[in-house]
Design a protein around this ligand. Structure first.
Ligand SMILES: [Zn+2]
Length: 137
């Protein structure tokens, strides 16, 4: 299993990003759930939310389940996608981006976002990688 090892500085950053998550509005409930787990939301796909904890562990929250489940994630593809997704908002996270899993590459269709922005500024899950960010060769 990929174990991410953030530096103490990066770990402090992750903690402060978690502390700064907005939680006041009704639609902020996923953030409130993340705060319960002290985890930063990074990667979202079909009712699952993957989050990064200050110690570098990655957890999977099931948004359809009461309490979120909070299972630890070990699939290297998803760990990569979680860090990559989080780095869209916090480029400092690239420091702990693990090597690409063997025989995979970043999806060329969405450029690693996992979704396609449409003209109406809505986003659809990428049809090539199904929001997984990575595709197998
Ligand atoms: Zn894609």
């Amino acid at each position: 299993m990929t174990k991410l090892a953030p530096s103490p500085e990066l770990s402090d950053h992750i903690q402060s990003w978690i502390d700064d998550l907005p939680t006041n509005r009704l639609g902020d409930w996923p953030n409130r759930l993340c705060k319960d787990y002290n985890a930063l939301p990074c990667h979202y796909r079909s009712l699952f939310l993957w989050c990064l904890c200050p110690d570098g562990s990655v957890i999977r929250l099931d948004l359809d389940s009461l309490g979120g489940g909070g299972d630890s994630e070990s699939d290297p593809l998803i760990v990569y996608a979680t860090v990559f997704g989080g780095a869209q908002a916090h480029p400092e996270l690239l420091e702990i981006l693990p090597p690409l899993p063997p025989d995979t590459r970043v999806c060329e269709k969405c450029g690693g976002l996992g979704y396609i922005k449409t003209a109406a500024d809505e986003s659809d899950s990428c049809p090539r990688c199904d929001g997984k960010i990575l595709v197998r060769e």
